[in-house]
Write a protein that binds this ligand. Structure first.
Ligand code: URA
Length: 197
């Protein structure tokens, strides 16, 4: 397992794919290195490319408001993307870009080792769950993969584009809140058992 700082050093001024030619900044990821919940988005947009931080544009503002429904604050979580560099015009990530970039995401997940992963949108969900299934059929349920509980949720930008998705987003963030509460309860019970034994 490599520490986050060392992963950043390893990425360096990455030129492993052609997105390096059009990006302003590489967007590594940000947040609590001991987070209980790690969010994974798709790729930086224009604001993120300029600010070198994930989810600081319109989708990020919406995400911040949804976090409150799960009882989370932005500083408690860690956020990264499938791609570290902005695809021109915010087009979809290409398979070769995903292939060259995701070893770093994998290392970030290992370094943070969060019990809960929230995958935002199709690209993050398919990468983490190693599936071709669409997000619509996967959201709303907790998927167990290895040591992780994975909760796929629509990408916030999709709900900004299609307002009909807003109630579903809210439902899924409330589900995240319940999942967190259950985990914390179980942890407390384990501690009490240990103290009594
Ligand atoms: N959309 C993403 O998937 N990631 C960001 O960082 C910003 C918008």
């Amino acid at each position: 397992m490599i520490a986050l700082d060392d992963i950043m050093v390893e990425i360096g001024d990455c030129h492993r794919c052609s997105l390096a030619q059009t990006r302003t900044n590489l967007v590594f990821g940000v947040g609590n290195p001991n987070a209980e919940v790690m969010f994974i988005g798709e790729a930086p947009g224009e604001k993120e490319d300029l600010g070198a931080e994930p989810f600081i544009g319109a989708a990020g503002k919406y995400l911040n408001s949804l976090l409150a429904l799960a009882g989370l604050k932005r500083e408690e979580i860690y956020i990264a993307n499938v791609l570290k560099c902005r695809p021109p015009g915010n087009r979809d990530p290409r398979p070769e870009e995903i292939e060259s970039c995701t070893p770093f995401l994998r290392e970030q997940v290992r370094a943070i080792a969060p019990p809960i992963l929230v995958t935002l949108g199709r690209f993050a969900t398919q990468f983490i769950l190693k599936t071709d299934r669409g997000i619509t059929g996967l959201r709303g349920q907790v998927h167990i993969t290895g040591a992780f509980s994975v909760l796929p949720i629509f990408h916030p930008a999709a709900a900004i584009y299609d307002r009909n998705k807003e109630p579903i987003m809210e439902e899924d963030f409330r589900l995240l809140g319940r999942l967190l509460a259950k985990r914390r309860e179980e942890r407390t019970e384990r501690t009490v058992h240990k103290e009594l034994s």
